[in-house]
Design a protein around this ligand. Structure first.
Ligand SMILES: C[S@@+](CC[C@H](N)C(=O)[O-])C[C@H]1O[C@@H](n2cnc3c(N)ncnc32)[C@H](O)[C@@H]1O
Length: 270
């Protein structure tokens, strides 16, 4: 099918397109993968979202967005992942995207010789874990995901003899550095594996920006009311230190994607 534009649009005309239209375009073209792109939001995840909003209201923003879920599913395919560790389950959205992606990789569900399912997801909250487990059943992926409840800083020790092809870190931001060090020191990421750290440019972290960024004269440097900020100054400092730490670590290659509140991909170089 041939597409034509009747006239070459002017810059002014192009500028009338809102960012929402651009986002809608991204959404409609997000993926050609049938499993994830039917109507953009997979029905299973859609149900999880509705139930999460009904029960937790504003807290539902903790779930990853669909575009991120699709991206992360793509990365599962890229690294050929067979085993995934997730730190931060909440009600299960990101884990469901991972499970669907593992299915596409041909990974079978169920407990294997390690005594675990292909995705191990950690959360400190028994309440969230229980809701997530129900959501996994409804999404038809409960064979793929097990949730271990407890402080992940402690749970990781009990998993230290295992390896994972993809590790998604989306829990307490103050612990990111500890998670990173523990996982690398114990060799828990496979050689070709991938870390995904979520929210690495979260909220107050932008106060640490040192470079002069050219912005319009009307722009305010930090236009977020303090009551709406989601993380404390202490957490922002921990995240900033984490970002600095990994940038200088010769063991890894790092790229921070400017998506949402920052998604950092890390792979081993040694
Ligand atoms: C941002 S939410 C995770 C969202 C989830 N990945 C999704 O997309 O739906 C963060 C989760 O980390 C959990 N959490 C916070 N501190 C933790 C800790 N020390 N150990 C394990 N889980 C923790 C919280 O209970 C919460 O469910």
């Amino acid at each position: 099918m041939a597409f034509t534009l009747s006239d070459e649009p002017t810059h002014d005309e192009l500028n009338t397109y809102s960012i929402d239209k651009l986002r809608a375009y991204y959404a409609s073209k997000a993926s050609n993968n049938d499993t994830v792109s039917a109507g953009f939001i997979p029905p299973t995840v859609d149900g999880v979202r509705r139930r999460t909003v009904d029960r937790f209201g504003g807290l539902a923003v903790m779930s990853i967005e669909d575009y991120q879920g699709i991206l992360q599913g793509f990365l599962v395919g890229l690294v050929g992942a067979r085993r995934i560790l997730e730190i931060g389950t909440f009600t299960g959205t990101s884990a469901i995207y991972f499970a669907n992606a593992l299915k596409r990789n041909g990974v079978k569900g169920g407990v294997d010789e390690t005594g675990h399912k292909p995705i191990i997801s950690l959360d400190i909250s028994e309440e969230f874990a229980e809701i997530a487990r129900q959501n996994f059943v409804e999404a038809g992926v409960d064979d793929y995901i097990e949730v271990i409840v407890g402080d992940a800083n402690k749970t990781l020790a009990s998993l230290s003899n295992m390896t994972f092809d993809l590790i998604f870190v989306d829990a307490d931001k103050d612990s990111y550095r500890n998670y990173y060090e523990t996982l690398i020191d114990n060799g828990m990421l496979t050689k070709q594996g991938l870390f995904i750290f979520d929210n690495t440019a979260f909220d107050r972290v932008i106060l640490f920006v040192e470079a002069t960024v050219p912005v319009s004269s009307e722009a305010k440097p930090l236009d977020v009311p303090s009551t709406e900020r989601l993380i404390s100054a202490k957490t922002a400092i921990a995240l900033h230190e984490f970002n600095e730490h990994i940038r200088k670590d010769p063991r890894t290659e790092v790229i921070m994607l400017p998506l949402y509140t920052g998604i950092t991909l890390v792979r081993l170089t040694k």
